[in-house]
Design a protein around this ligand. Sequence first.
Ligand SMILES: *Cc1c(COP(=O)(O)O)cnc(C)c1O
Length: 387
Amino acid sequence: MKHIPYATQSINEDDIAAVVDVLHSDWLTTGPSVEKFERTVADYCGAKFAVAVNSATSALHIACLAAGLGEEDYLWTSSNTFVASANCGLYCGASVDFVDIDPKTYNMSVEHLRYKLEQADKLGRLPKVIIPVHFAGQSCEMAEIKYLADKYGFMIIEDASHAIGGSYLAGKIGCCAWSDMTVFSFHPVKIITTGEGGMVVTNNEAVYEHLVRLRSHGIVRQAQQMAEAPHGDWYYQQTELGFNYRITDLQAALGVSQMAKISEFIAKRREIAARYSDELGGQPVVIPFQHPDTDSAWHLYVIQVQEAALKSRKQIFNNLRDKGIGVNVHYIPVHTQPYYKKKFGFTESYCSNAVKYYRNCISLPMYYQLSEADQSYVIRIIKEVLA
Ligand SMILES: *Cc1c(COP(=O)(O)O)cnc(C)c1O
């Protein structure tokens, strides 16, 4: 019986050797490999600064704190995302609200965002931070969101957990030309992996220094950063409340090794996506629309079952799973999660485009090592199941 997952990591001998080298070295936790990983990702994206941490969830948390998010503040994100994009706001004591999606791109709708901002402005409840999520690896319409940020005075943190290697207009995702910070995830299902891991990139030096402090207990070691004079060379000072969100050198060495292959990873994902779109274009499914300003990193390849299809999404999903195809669903709209409904009173119909999309979406297998034969099998079974 076949088992084809929806996503998985790709690790080769170079990756393994890179990790073993660190095990033979003096540093296991945050050391030279972390610095090298940060420099590699920042240079790749065209950002000035990078701070690597132990997950994208941690990265989102410290990014929100560095943006000044606190109690009394609002954070808005897309309803079509993983819960972490919203939970980071709650970690800071802020309130969280959701923007509906564009039914074509499945990303945050600029039109709905503009409408919500006009309403919030009248009520004096403008958000302090907005987190656009580059769903499936395709960038949001950042120029329009940046225009609204300048008009209404909010900070932008891009959740690019799906999107390292993608681009928008002339910039790589992560260049931060239209945002204050961008967050990446290196979980094994994502584009590159460090086992667990995340990163914040930014062009703002003060934000960068703040992120570094928050990563490690709010402690500073350089005299010019201290609130009081140092007692001696042993001295460190805690100037605020931070965390232990450090990533290890073992993980960072894996990250550097993975970054050496990112172009190859993305090229293969684009090939897989193009083949799905070719083969499934004539089927009773909606294939992913690509906005002309974007070049997706293709973390996910999502189809939508047409409303008038013979079988329901659930039937199709179960039929594919029964054939060993590890399809998945991304995402259950976050505002419909019991925790969020209870906390903020969201109704099922709150972000209606995200809810409608959720009823019909299925993520197909998409990863670097998906073989041509396995993809042929997936395509053949989908056609059979839809017939
Ligand atoms: C995976 C993911 C995260 C969380 O990443 P971790 O590294 O697992 O903490 C956050 N946001 C989105 C959109 C994700 O897909």
